[in-house]
Design a protein. Sequence first.
Length: 91
Amino acid sequence: MEAIKVNAIWHNCQMCKIHYMSEYPHLRAHLCDECWNSIPHMKIINMPKMPKAKEITDALATKEYTIGDILLYTVGNLLCLIVIGYYLWFK
């Protein structure tokens, strides 16, 4: 198996329109070295820590429901059943 040899050929810079030689111009968006170095390159210095999935599920598993939560859920379900019953019997 022999290696593929790529020859550097001339290309036009997209910003300053000068000719430059490169084997792989698409790696630098068809820009010459000076234009490539002049554009800003963004770097994330302090990446915020994201909570892991296990921490999120542990927090949800330890949640305890109050009597107010249970009553509100029950009243909501009863209202839904009343509406369904109304449409089944009277419409």
